[in-house]
Design a protein. Structure first.
Length: 394
């Protein structure tokens, strides 16, 4: 009883600790060498970034999660545990796949993802409520522990205002993070390579400008006479109004005052813009460890690497994130020493590969690892009728 009271007092003290906020430390990305201002929101405007984030988050969201209770060297599935029910619906607004996509999207773009762990009066976990990273201020307490000041929404739309921040201790939140520099907060992999992102944004901006002005070839207006500043301003305004934009494509050009048009055309291929954009696609894929074929980048495909792309994606991309989620559940949701653990079943990736799935079942049955009845259960089929040889153990 005294120990519980002491722990309660410690929590009260930590909640009132002013602490040190590092909201600005490592969070501002700033400008890249290309001159483009890079941020998580600007990054999502690049199709490669959105595709990589979508592939990882939706890929993990499609995998089935299970709760197990470990007893010695064995473990048993615990479908009645409160967290098992949580895996079906983490909160009132989201299903498990929705929550996984939100969480992975935040950690891939911002380096961190936080969800408040909601509990009932008996301390049982009842929900995981995701918080946008922009509403979170990390606090380093005097004790060296990490806490989070979270601004709650007070309106239907977040931009209309928020209430006063509420402090949550590290044990009260699910905190998934990317690789950390200080052991406390994760750092977005995009913020580690702002020039890669900035170059991609600059190329996209250049391409957009080229298409916007493609109604006439790039060129120069020449004059044998010197033009005054007002005259140059007037000519430029008239030229932009009459001969730029897709609505003015192929319009007739009328020049006066001795002006002559000298085309300076250059194609995207000549400028190697398309090749440069392909290269930035590869670079962004490297940052997320996503094989290019997964996001429909097929320019360097061979039969061998295309057939192995899913395997690489599962082993080198999804598996590490699944392990991180499992470890964070053990720390924050289950708590240490409880004997429960989460497993995200990567074999669910074979769900769309009918041939590979049934070959795996065949090997398992032949080697006595699974029975036919267990295979039927895995596939979601009803037990075989009594007396049928289909339910034999083989």
């Amino acid at each position: 009883m005294l120990r519980r009271l002491a722990n309660w007092l410690d929590r009260v003290i930590e909640r009132r600790d002013a602490g040190i906020s590092w909201r600005m430390v490592g969070q501002a990305w700033g400008a890249s060498s290309s001159g483009q201002v890079v941020s998580a929101y600007a990054a999502e405007n690049l199709s490669t970034v959105s595709a990589c984030v979508g592939a990882i988050s939706s890929g993990l969201a499609s995998l089935p999660p299970y709760v197990y209770r470990r007893e010695g060297s064995t473990r048993q599935e615990a479908p009645d545990h409160p967290v098992s029910r949580l895996l079906r619906r983490p909160n009132a607004q989201q299903t498990w796949p929705d929550w996984i996509e939100t969480t992975l999207g935040s950690v891939l773009l911002h380096g961190n993802a936080v969800s408040v762990i909601e509990t009932d009066g008996a301390g049982r976990v009842t929900g995981l409520r995701p918080i946008p990273w922009g509403n979170v201020t990390p606090i380093l307490l005097a004790s060296g522990a990490l806490a989070f000041d979270i601004t709650e929404f007070t309106a239907t739309f977040p931009l209309l205002g928020g209430g006063p921040p509420r402090r949550y201790l590290a044990s009260e939140v699910f905190h998934l993070r990317d690789r950390s520099d200080d052991g406390y907060l994760g750092r977005s992999r995009l913020s580690r390579a702002p020039d890669v992102l900035g170059n991609a944004m600059a190329l996209q901006h250049w391409s957009g400008s080229m298409w916007e002005n493609q109604a006439t070839p790039s060129g120069a207006l020449e004059s044998d006479k010197a033009l005054t500043e007002p005259q140059m301003t007037r000519v430029a305004a008239q030229f932009r109004g009459r001969h730029t934009g897709t609505a003015n494509a192929r319009s007739v050009m009328i020049l006066d005052n001795g002006l002559k048009w000298r085309p300076l055309s250059i194609s995207p291929e000549d400028a190697e813009v398309l090749e440069s954009r392909r290269f930035t696609t590869e670079e962004l894929c490297r940052l997320f460890q996503v094989p290019p074929p997964i996001i429909q980048a097929y320019q360097f495909n061979t039969f061998t690497n295309a057939s192995q792309a899913s395997l690489w994606f599962a082993q080198l991309t999804l598996s590490p994130w699944a392990r991180k989620i499992e470890a964070e559940f053990a720390r924050s949701v289950f708590g240490p020493g409880r004997g429960y653990e989460l497993e995200i079943d990567l074999s669910g990736l074979m769900r769309g590969d009918y041939e590979a799935r049934w070959k795996a079942h065949e090997i398992a049955v032949k080697n006595g690892i699974l029975s036919v009845a267990e295979v039927r259960e895995i596939e979601g089929w009803n037990p075989a009728p009594r007396g049928s040889t289909t339910g034999a153990t083989a």
